[in-house]
Design a protein around this ligand. Structure first.
Ligand code: ADP
Ligand code: ZN
Length: 529
């Protein structure tokens, strides 16, 4: 005989108040829950911290049967199940970290109708074994969390997600829902199609996080800039600093600690015990700054993170949004700060070119990077740009660096022409291409060994760019790269022209450039007189 876990609560509100102790539903939660309890499918796009868990947990508690939750993050699964059990919910998970006896205990509980919620990793649903087990019991709802992982072109694709569309045939009559915190219009469409939710109701929450102030500044001396930023924050602010490499994590944490900041490193190369200790210090103590690789923060529920800082450029706007979204989940004022430079652009282009994903994937990664660069170099509101990326229209926000201190622009046409024509000459006349450093040496008329040896002091543009400092030239190159008026190519990231460069060389494409400002006071809205 098939046993279905009985309904635990007569109404959604009773479940919410009894199990979680919340007074009321928030945002779209009530509407989502109603749709699913009534047996309908749902696609839920809600930013991190929006309260997605309640959307599928409550229907599971109200409907008869067990709620199946597909979740790709095993660590997160443990935490969620522990928290549920602590609240009196009968929840369990099936994943690869369990022993076979633990697994069979969970299976028995499911078949006996004793589970409200069952968490499963997506790879388990690729095989017959788990599917047959699930068929022998009774499901109340199927929730697919982190549904954007089904998007092949997204930043977080997981092949196991592709099979999840099959659950539609396998469990007819069981309402299904897909939930995610990251979805562009394109990803949203892919989720609906691939997870086979044509009749689902769609719930798209605002992606705006109004309490987060966005700040992006050019990278010159990243550690010093970071320190200055941290010191500009209220005493005792907890924060996360993201860096790309383990080495950079270690060095940055050591530097900050040496400067008196309560900073600790976190990355996958650290001993498990050390990692756990650092994580719990961050959660428990006030004012700890964790310097981490991007893996840190997934599923960490610390509401009062006051800032998130990036000292390396994230690979996509989705990633940036997700990482910065870990700040200010309590709704209090918070800052997302980033330093980014020419080196980031060159490095990431190179990583994309050397990646082995094939042409289509490289192209998509290039588009992700371009969108990220556009956000960095925009002279308009950062939030407007960010929300537009998620398909949401908005006005200038008044709470980002460009709104608070509108950037000065300058006419970069002549400078750009000097640079581009130097590149063209070297390419055409000598078949050579070079990186930023050497090109700047030529433009600034530097007499280096390399310049002399290659005879570049005889180029007609030699010394033509002495009116700009080296830093100014780096800024020009960075912005031209971001706009596709310059391309970074090959293993060494040498600079080349693009089809769009022609308009600049002919003087037809205006090139307004953002004047770089470094180390602006991060909290007060100071304007230049
Ligand atoms: P998400 O999965 O969308 O990132 P969570 O489900 O983890 O968000 O919820 C984010 C935070 O909001 C949690 O701390 C949760 O306890 C809280 N929360 C969710 N729903 C409510 C509600 N209706 N009332 C009050 N707090 C809520
Ligand atoms: Zn703004």
């Amino acid at each position: 005989v098939r046993r279905a876990t009985p309904s635990r609560f007569p109404t959604a509100l009773a479940a919410l108040q009894t199990v979680y102790g919340y007074d009321a539903f928030r945002g779209d939660q009530a509407a989502v829950v109603d749709q699913v309890i009534a047996g309908g499918d749902a696609v839920v796009l809600m930013p991190t911290g929006g309260g997605k868990s309640v959307c599928y947990q409550v229907p599971a508690l109200v409907r008869e049967g067990t709620g199946l939750v597909v979740s790709p993050l095993i660590a997160l699964m443990h935490d969620q199940v522990d928290a549920l059990v602590a609240n009196g919910v009968r929840a369990a998970y099936l994943n690869s970290t369990q022993s076979s006896s633990e697994r069979s205990a969970v299976e028995r509980a499911y078949l006996g109708g004793e589970l409200d919620l069952l968490y499963v990793a997506p790879e388990r649903l690729g095989g017959e074994q788990t599917l047959r087990l699930l068929e022998q019991g009774s499901l109340s709802v199927i929730a697919i969390d982190e549904a954007h992982c089904v998007s092949q072109w997204g930043h977080d694709f997981r092949p196991d997600y592709l099979a999840l569309g099959g659950l539609a045939d396998r469990f007819p009559g069981v309402p299904r829902m897909a939930l995610t915190a990251t979805a562009t219009r394109e990803t949203h469409r892919e989720i609906t199609e691939r997870l086979r939710l044509p009749d689902a109701k769609h719930f798209v929450a605002s992606f705006d996080r109004p309490n987060i102030r966005y700040r992006i500044e050019p990278k010159v001396e990243p550690r010093k800039q970071l320190l200055q930023f941290i010191r500009s924050q209220p005493e005792g602010s907890a924060g996360i600093v993201y860096a790309l490499s383990r080495k950079s994590v270690e060095q940055t944490a050591a530097y900050l600690a040496q400067q008196g900041v309560d900073a600790i490193p976190y990355h996958a190369g650290l001993d498990v015990g050390v990692r756990a200790a650092h994580q719990s210090r961050f959660l428990r103590d006030d004012g700890v700054v964790v310097v981490a690789t991007i893996a840190f923060g997934m599923g960490i529920d610390k509401p009062d993170v006051r800032f998130v800082a990036h000292i390396d450029l994230p690979k996509s706007v989705e990633g940036y949004y997700q990482e910065t979204g870990r700040a200010g989940r309590d709704g209090e004022p918070s800052v997302a700060w980033m330093a980014y430079g020419l080196g980031d652009v060159v490095q990431q282009r190179r990583m994309i070119q050397q990646g082995d994903g094939g042409r289509a994937i490289q192209q998509r990664q290039g588009q992700h990077l371009d969108a990220m660069l556009a956000l960095c170099e925009t002279v308009a509101c950062r939030r407007q740009n960010l929300l537009a990326y998620f398909g949401q229209e908005s006005g200038p926000c008044g709470n980002c660096d460009t709104c608070l201190e509108p950037p000065e622009t300058w006419d970069g046409l002549i400078a750009s022409q000097k640079l581009l024509s130097t590149i063209v000459r070297l390419q055409r006349e000598r078949g050579q291409s070079f990186g930023a450093g050497h090109l700047i040496d030529i433009l600034r008329g530097a007499s280096t060994d390399r310049v002399r040896k290659l005879g570049h002091d005889r180029l007609s543009t030699y010394g033509l760019g002495q009116d700009l400092s080296e830093q100014d030239w780096r800024s020009v190159i960075r912005q031209l790269l971001a706009r596709g008026l310059l391309v970074s190519q090959g293993e060494y990231g040498t600079l080349g022209i693009s089809p769009a460069s022609a308009g600049v060389l002919r003087g037809e494409t205006p090139v307004p450039l953002r004047k770089d400002v470094i180390g602006r006071p991060a909290r007060s809205a100071q304007r230049k007189a």
